[in-house]
Design a protein. Structure first.
Length: 378
């Protein structure tokens, strides 16, 4: 086993340094942007408690999680990832049990762990990515087969997503399914299987939404926002007003009106309209550019890694961040129906911030120490 200093000596490549610095720089800048916006968005909620100070505290803790992810032995995790996945499956079941799982706004998504209410589904994202990366590396060329290469990993992803769906958390369930399908496609699964699974998923989600009155109202409000601006589309309407009133340069820090009382969940799912109102469209574009640069650098560098396992881990994390951004921006801009997906590194939230920085650490781990390692079973 390589010593700590031997591992560090592998990091001197300029290519590695650029990828790692970019992968670290973009999220940290995004987090500081979020802290600035939260200092204003917190005006509408928790007037006696600062969301800014809480988020800053969890950001500092998340840096510890980043270091753990960056220097943990991924081969050790790989050997035990199936057990970890089973453990998280059990945790997702426990979340659904009244008296054990903690419910907020009608959704049961939290567990009390080490004295903290943590959202298990935030951490199961990286566990699923690590398991899928190990699986596609192990099966090798058999990934093109239906049963072993596609059906088995797809079934695992469906089971995990199904439990998240029961919380209910449609957004995260769709996100997990999307990551699984994307990784299987990137690493060799046949287009026929991928296309078929997408059709099945679309039909299944449509049926679930149709028979769920709350989700159905959201879809109908999404179809006609103007007619439902005082009802089901109120949050979306206020978010759009925030973007419009901010213009190009914004109204200035603390001068926005939406975060006062008008926009629900201004500190979490709908934090981007607050950024747009107070800092303008130019700030929104800047944030989107940071996400785009992060994704391109990570996906390109990830595909260059020789080992299928470390490559799949890197690409899975990059895709996860990208999909969350697309879903959140799509929701707050009215391009997608409203669902609870936060903006990575920016939105307020303990579980998401800790999970994202742990994933970022694992991404740096793959770039720094494992880029040139061949997969053992390829």
């Amino acid at each position: 086993m390589a010593t700590f200093f031997e591992r560090l000596r592998r990091c001197v490549s300029p290519d590695k340094s650029f990828a790692c610095l970019t992968a670290l720089f973009c999220p940290v800048v995004l987090t500081f942007v979020g802290l600035v916006v939260l200092s204003s968005a917190s005006l509408s909620f928790y007037r006696n408690e600062s969301l800014f100070s809480k988020q800053l505290y969890w950001f500092l803790i998340s840096l510890f999680f980043l270091l753990i992810g960056a220097f943990v032995d991924l081969n050790f995790i790989r050997k035990h990832i199936s057990k970890v996945l089973i453990a998280f499956f059990v945790l997702l079941v426990l979340v659904l049990i009244p008296g054990i799982g903690h419910s907020v706004n009608g959704s049961r998504r939290w567990l009390l762990i080490f004295g903290m209410n943590l959202q298990v589904s935030e951490f199961v994202k990286i566990v699923l990515i690590l398991w899928l990366a190990d699986y596609v590396s192990l099966v090798g060329r058999e990934v093109k087969s239906f049963f072993k290469g596609f059906f088995k990993p797809f079934l695992v992803a469906v089971c995990i997503s199904g439990l998240v769906l029961l919380e209910p958390d449609y957004g995260t369930a769709i996100l997990l399914g999307g990551i699984a399908i994307s990784l299987l496609f990137l690493y060799g699964s046949k287009v026929l299987y991928i296309g078929g699974s997408l059709v099945v998923a679309l039909i299944s989600v449509s049926i679930l939404i149709f028979f769920n009155p709350v989700r159905m109202r959201r879809v109908m409000a999404f179809i006609d926002v103007d007619a439902n601006r005082l009802g089901g589309a109120y949050q979306l309407w206020q978010g759009i007003l925030g973007f419009v009133s901010g213009g190009l340069w914004g109204s200035g820090v603390g001068n926005g009106k939406q975060q006062l009382v008008y926009l629900p969940e201004a500190h979490t799912d709908f934090i981007l309209p607050i950024l747009g109102e107070e800092f303008g469209s130019i700030a929104v574009v800047f944030v989107l550019i940071l996400y785009f640069v992060f994704f391109i650098v990570c996906i390109v560098h990830g595909m260059r890694i020789k080992s299928t396992y470390y490559s799949a881990v890197s690409c899975g994390i990059a895709l996860l961040v990208a999909y969350q951004v697309v879903m959140n921006v799509g929701v707050v801009s009215g391009l997608l129906p409203t669902k609870g997906i936060v903006l990575p590194f920016i939105s307020y939230g303990r579980s998401n911030l800790l999970a994202m920085y742990f994933m970022l650490g694992i991404l740096l781990n793959c770039f720094l120490f494992n880029q040139d390692l061949p997969s053992e079973i390829e």
